[in-house]
Ligand binder design. Structure first.
Ligand SMILES: C[S@@+](CC[C@H](N)C(=O)[O-])C[C@H]1O[C@@H](n2cnc3c(N)ncnc32)[C@H](O)[C@@H]1O
Length: 261
């Protein structure tokens, strides 16, 4: 079966396999998230589903006072890569960062502990996205910032369904993407109404996009066909354009920053 909604076990297995080659894509979303999180030098920061720690390390560079950054993830191999990177970086051993295993839907922290909570490219992998969002709101102190970076699913229902079908077939760790307005509503529902939204674009070739998710040969063909079928009418919101035998895609990303009431 090409398109099934994955379980937590599938998601963990997928990232355990991908950990060694995971790059996290271009840094624009990371830069926007750090800018919008704007942590003060003494901030206590939590990066949820930190993976190899891309956002956590970028935030750590801003924490020049008595602040502290914690990165949590539920895939050990991704955390192991983050730990290696920390060991290699100039911040190694400065005692201002910790990495821990935790499920986003059950964060092991008290209410109101953090002044900034971030989460990049992970909400669409959560099997319990709403409880995870609730947890992120719960651990934020009043006035703290919740900053979510995500792929922006199209707002139109039919395009959104096509987009989710392609994404699930591409990589067996895609649970459910959300549109910018859905993410905004989810953040408002957990007491963090959105104060700022930024939209970004990422240009990518279909061949690279399929490579980056370890897509099986069979599923690669299915997604490739779905993309070629949508050249005329942009059925899934990726605006495919022919480039020789390949397709040029435009991926839309969104960063939302909400303030904890
Ligand atoms: C695409 S990676 C993003 C990693 C990182 N935030 C970044 O921007 O590069 C998704 C991460 O979400 C983690 N993840 C998925 N579901 C999770 C959950 N329920 N709890 C904690 N981590 C989870 C995976 O293990 C993986 O490391």
């Amino acid at each position: 079966m090409s398109e099934q909604v994955p379980t937590d076990r599938d998601v963990r297995e997928h990232f355990a396999e991908r950990a060694a080659s995971y790059t996290g894509g271009q840094g624009d979303t990371v830069e926007a998230m750090v800018d919008m999180a704007a942590p003060d030098p003494d901030a206590l920061v939590l990066d949820v589903a930190t993976g190899t720690g891309l956002v956590a390390f970028a935030l750590l560079a801003e924490i020049t006072g008595d602040g502290y950054v914690i990165g949590v993830d539920f895939t050990d191999a991704m955390l192991a890569r983050a730990a290696e990177e920390r060991g290699a970086g100039e911040d190694a051993g400065n005692g201002r960062m910790a990495l821990a295993a935790a499920d986003a839907a059950q964060l092991p922290f008290p209410d109101g502990m953090f002044s900034v909570v971030t989460c990049r490219f992970s909400v669409h992998h959560f099997t319990h996205a709403i409880p995870a969002m609730r947890e992120m709101g719960r651990v934020l102190a009043p006035g703290g910032r919740l900053v979510i970076g995500e792929f922006a699913m199209p707002e139109e229902r039919e395009k959104a369904e096509y987009f989710n079908r392609m994404e699930r077939t591409r990589g067996h760790s895609h649970v459910q993407a959300f549109s910018p307005s859905q993410l905004s509503q989810m953040m408002a529902d957990v007491g963090c109404p959105v104060a700022e939204t930024r939209l970004l674009k990422r240009e990518v070739l279909a061949s690279e996009w399929l490579e980056s998710a370890n897509t099986t040969d069979e599923n690669r063909e299915i997604v490739r066909k779905m993309l070629w079928d949508s050249v005329e009418d942009d059925l899934g919101g990726l605006s495919p354009q022919r480039v020789g035998d390949d397709l040029h895609l435009t991926r839309h990303e969104v960063v939302l920053s909400g303030v904890r009431a």
